[in-house]
Design a protein around this ligand. Structure first.
Ligand SMILES: O=C(O)CCC(=O)C(=O)O
Ligand SMILES: [Fe+2]
Length: 315
């Protein structure tokens, strides 16, 4: 399927085989490999992405300290009217479309670092948190722009096509805390119920525990995905699917509750959701193989608001 998959015999002293292709952002054929991975599987692992491990560690420390605060203190950083796009969202605040229960997670979202982002200013619990998070946001934004350029090149649109639409966009860094699975959690509740991402492209630095799974393209099963140290897991979202008329599809994924002892441990993850500017037209492009009749004509802002309203039970 892909020559980046390890094909020699099993050895005990190395990590398990990757379930998704591994692509170096530095490789001359990165656009072709990223394009193939997104078309065939919808996910890949990225190396040579320029995001320093130390930034990730610092951001996890800041997230750990924030989520350890008392609930009423965290709720001071909720931002009414922002549909969760800025600041804190408590457990119960997000329920995937069609899911039987709300996700077992709380999260904190950071938008563009520029002062006049369309979605409003960021909120910062304290300066230490801000100093840890801002550089990670910037590094992930830069990596996402490079991935977007590779996807644009692969689609024959020229490398600047998607990057031009991302500048000034509402890209979001989401710090997620999945607490130990509560004993009284509804039986149907999972850390993150099956969903596809709303945005163009998502970058996920390594989570602190396993649990992420992607649905196979035939819909018949689930594959665990684990970023190895230094890798970033990447996937395509529904906005890219709409814009490409389904040439690049989005892929359903979820975060399962760990079995046994693992359920007593918290999990942290930090997806970066790369978004276009709200005024960007997502009408399907005329691409070879596109099926525009299956998709919609609307702007990124309209798409986002509609989807956020659908997953936030409390508004
Ligand atoms: O926590 C993870 O590993 C994935 C989270 C996710 O899929 C999301 O927030 O959209
Ligand atoms: Fe997701």
């Amino acid at each position: 399927m892909n020559d980046s998959l390890q094909t020699d015999g099993p050895r005990r002293d190395r990590p398990p085989e990757p379930t998704v292709p591994v692509v170096s952002l530095d490789a001359a054929d990165a656009p072709a490999r990223i394009g193939a991975a997104l078309r065939e599987i919808g996910f890949f692992s990225l190396t040579d992405h320029g995001v320093d491990d130390a930034l990730i560690g610092r951001a996890y420390d800041a997230a750990t300290a924030f989520f350890a605060r008392p609930e009423e203190e965290k709720r001071r950083f909720e931002v009414p009217g922002a549909l969760g796009q800025r600041g804190y969202t408590a457990t119960g605040g997000e329920r995937a479309a069609g899911a039987a229960a709300a996700d077992l997670k709380e999260f904190f979202q950071i938008g563009p670092l520029e002062e006049h982002a369309p979605g409003g200013p960021n909120v910062w619990p304290d300066e230490e948190f801000r100093a840890a998070i801002e550089p990670l946001y910037a590094a992930l934004r830069d990596a996402a722009v490079q991935v977007a350029a590779a996807v644009s090149e692969h689609l024959g649109l020229g490398r600047e096509f998607l990057p031009d639409r991302i500048v000034g966009g509402e890209s979001i860094l989401r710090l997620i805390h999945y607490p130990p699975v509560p004993a009284d959690a509804p039986p149907a509740a999972t850390r993150a119920a099956a969903h596809a991402d709303i945005n163009l492209l998502t970058l996920l630095v390594g989570a602190t525990a396993a649990g992420l799974e992607i649905q196979t393209r035939d819909g018949a099963g689930w594959l665990p995905v684990v970023a190895q140290p230094g890798q970033i897991v990447a996937d395509s979202g529904d906005m890219l699917q709409n814009l490409t008329g389904g040439v690049i599809r989005s892929t359903v994924h979820r975060v399962v509750n760990p079995p046994g002892e693992g359920a007593r441990q918290a999990r942290l993850s930090m997806p970066f959701f790369c978004h276009p500017r709200p005024d960007v037209d997502l009408t399907p492009l005329d691409l070879p193989g596109a099926e525009p009749q299956r998709f919609r004509t609307l702007t990124a802002g309209e798409f986002l608001t509609e989807r956020l309203k659908a997953i936030r039970p409390g508004g």
